[in-house]
Design a protein around this ligand. Structure first.
Ligand code: KIV
Length: 257
C-alpha cells in the first residue's frame, strides 16, 4: 500500500490513470480520521456542515469562523487524503476576499479550497491558484445560490445550459483548478464535460461517468434521516442503529439488579 501524502497533483493523476476518485465530506476529527483510515483520497470540509451538523436550513448561513472551526478539527486528524475546504457564501465576492479567506482556511489546516461558480469567479480562481493554493471547482446546482434558484434542481437539460456548463468547466480548468465537482448535472452533460476537460470531474447526483464521486457522508451512512437526496441510497441505517443502541442502554439502567 502506498502511504504517500495525497496532493492535488495526485488527484489529477488519478484521472490520467483511469482510477475512480472517492471523495466524502468530513467535518471534525473522528470523521476525518475514520474516512482517512478507510482510504478516501479526497476529504472535503463542505459547507454542507451548515445543514447536517449545525442544523441550518441551507448553506448560506455558514460563516468563515464556523468553517475555520471545523477545518481546525478535521486537520487535527492529519489525514493522508487531501483536505479541501469550502469558501462559504459571500466570502469570495472579490479577488481580495477570495485570497484572504482562502489563506485563512489554509492557515487552519486546509490543503485546498473550493468555491461555487465558473466564469463569474474566474479572476478569484486565478488569484487563489497564483498564491499556490490548490483550487477545487463546483458547477451545476450551486447550493449557495439556493435563494435565487428556489429549489435544488438538475442542470444541463436545456442546450444553453449544456453549453454554459461546458464553457464554465473549460474556464475553471484553464484557470488552474485541479478538479471540478459537478452537482446535479444531467448524466450525459456530466459525461461530456468529463471527456472534454483534462482535470477530474467529481460527480454528485450527476451519473456514473464522472472521474469520481463525492457524497455528504451523513447521507451515505444514514446519519441525517430527516432529509435524504433522491439520488442517495444510504449504505447503512446509522440513525436507526444509534437510536436502538441508546434506547437499549437507557433501558438497561432500569433493570433491577
Ligand atoms: O458542501 C458540500 O458538502 C459540497 C458537496 C456536496 C460537494 O459542496
Amino acid at each position: 500500500m502506498n502511504h504517500d501524502k495525497i496532493t492535488a497533483d495526485s488527484i489529477r493523476a488519478m484521472k490520467a490513470r483511469g482510477e475512480k476518485i472517492a471523495a466524502l465530506t468530513a467535518y471534525d476529527f473522528p470523521m476525518t480520521r475514520l474516512l482517512d483510515e478507510a482510504g478516501v483520497p479526497l476529504l472535503l470540509v463542505g459547507d454542507s456542515l451548515g445543514m447536517v451538523v449545525l442544523g441550518y436550513g441551507d448553506t448560506t448561513l455558514v460563516t468563515m469562523s464556523e468553517m475555520e472551526h471545523h477545518v481546525r478539527a478535521a486537520a487535527r486528524a492529519k489525514p493522508r487524503g487531501l483536505l479541501a475546504a469550502d469558501l462559504p457564501y459571500q466570502s469570495y465576492g472579490t479577488v481580495i476576499d477570495a485570497v484572504k479567506n482562502s489563506q485563512r482556511l489554509i492557515k487552519e489546516g486546509a490543503e485546498a479550497v473550493k468555491a461555487e461558480g465558473g466564469r463569474s469567479i474566474e479572476a478569484q480562481v486565478r488569484a487563489i491558484v497564483a498564491e499556490g493554493i490548490p483550487f477545487l471547482g463546483h458547477l451545476g446546482m450551486l447550493p449557495q445560490h439556493i435563494h435565487e434558484e428556489g429549489r435544488y434542481h438538475i442542470k444541463g437539460k436545456a442546450e444553453a445550459e449544456r453549453q454554459s456548463l461546458l464553457e464554465d468547466a473549460r474556464i475553471l480548468a484553464e484557470a488552474g483548478a485541479f478538479a471540478i465537482v459537478l452537482e446535479l448535472v444531467t448524466p450525459p452533460v456530466a459525461a461530456e464535460i468529463t471527456k472534454t476537460i483534462s482535470i477530474p470531474t467529481i460527480g454528485i447526483g450527476s451519473g456514473t461517468e464522472c472521474d469520481g464521486q463525492i457524497l455528504v457522508t451523513p447521507d451515505l451512512v444514514g446519519m441525517f434521516p430527516w432529509f435524504t437526496p433522491r439520488f442517495i441510497k444510504p449504505k447503512m441505517n446509522g440513525a436507526e442503529q444509534m437510536r436502538a443502541v441508546v434506547q437499549d442502554w437507557a433501558k438497561s439502567l432500569q433493570t433491577p439488579k
